[in-house]
Design a protein around this ligand. Structure first.
Ligand code: 13P
Ligand code: ZN
Length: 308
């Protein structure tokens, strides 16, 4: 073909298209290079440490327990391409209040003991969309897995806690032995259960002045137990699931871990002394003094009225 036959305008367009493609590819590469390794993210490090620590405490046998940590877009953006959705997973429930929110969540059937060795298999990072009905997977569950079977209780509890504490970020579930044991031998009446825990360690009323709520045995993994848990989470950050375990909520992983740790310690003392004659206790008057000392308001009606 002679040079004069070449359509220069077509050539120019093709050259411009090619240049644009190179530009795009370069931009993508630069973006990828700028993106940081998510395994070094503070939220990831803390999540891995927490799951490991919970396993170490014996609260999460086999695949027992699950954690969800709410993240902001700003926290996630430096580590992931937020437009790259790996999979869309139906949740099976509505949670319109959580639309657009990001969560790092343990996977169903995954063992807490393994989280530290293979976080990308045992954890997933999701974005909630479609009025809560869809979870877009942005990272993790690399073996084809999915979020915990207790996602209804987690997300519904997040929504409930956010209405009473806009800074709530964590929902945590596990199976601590003494709390579980206590639900077999102690009444499940919330006031009585709370008062017993408060009486077992001086610090209990300071750590959870709102007390603990209790659900009777229910089938786990269902929307029904999710709704019931979320309702309980409106009035306390701890909800015991009788003959199963406990749910905790808090502003960060440490606070939530500490709440469960404190309640479990109190239950341990109870299980050590419940069969022995009680000689001493922490009185309601003592607990009022603690409330004064730490400027706390105990759950209304849970302590006997003050003497003066
Ligand atoms: P998942 O493995 O689905 O998280 O379930 C564990 C559990 O504790 C159920 O209550
Ligand atoms: Zn469980």
């Amino acid at each position: 073909m002679a040079l004069k036959d070449i359509d220069l305008s077509e050539l120019k367009t093709a050259a411009l298209d090619a240049a644009a493609k190179v530009g795009e590819a370069t931009r993508d590469t630069v973006e990828k290079l700028k993106r940081r390794d998510i395994l070094t993210a503070p939220f990831m490090v803390e999540m891995i440490r927490t799951a490991t620590n919970m396993y170490g405490h014996g609260w999460d046998e086999r695949n027992g327990g699950n954690i969800s940590l709410m993240l902001s877009e700003d926290e996630v953006a430096p580590y992931l391409d937020l437009s790259a959705v790996l999979r869309e997973l139906p949740t099976g429930f509505d949670a319109p209040a959580l639309d657009g929110k990001y969560f790092l969540v343990t996977g169903t059937g995954k063992y807490f003991k393994n989280v530290q060795y293979a976080p990308e298999v045992n954890l997933g990072l999701i974005r909630v969309t479609d009025s809560g009905r869809t979870a877009q997977l942005l990272w993790g569950y690399t073996d084809g897995g999915k979020f915990t079977s207790e996602l209804p209780a987690h997300l519904m509890s997040h929504a409930a806690r956010l209405t009473v504490d806009p800074e709530n970020r964590v929902v945590m579930h596990c199976h601590p032995g003494n709390l579980l044991a206590m639900t077999y031998v102690h009444t499940l009446d919330e006031k009585a259960f709370t008062r017993t825990l408060w009486q077992m360690c001086t610090e209990c009323i300071v750590v959870f002045p709102e007390g603990v709520n209790v659900l009777p045995w229910m089938l786990c993994g269902t929307n029904a137990i999710g709704e019931a848990t979320a309702e309980k989470m409106r009035t306390a950050r701890l909800t015991v699931w009788a003959q199963h375990g406990i749910y905790g909520a808090g502003r960060d992983l440490d606070e939530t871990f500490g709440l469960i740790e404190t309640a479990e310690k109190a239950a341990e003392i109870y299980m050590k002394i419940a069969h022995l004659p009680l000689v001493n206790t922490i009185t309601d008057e003592d607990m009022w003094q603690l409330c004064d000392r730490f400027s706390l308001t105990p759950r209304a009606g849970y302590l006997a009225p003050r003497e003066n």
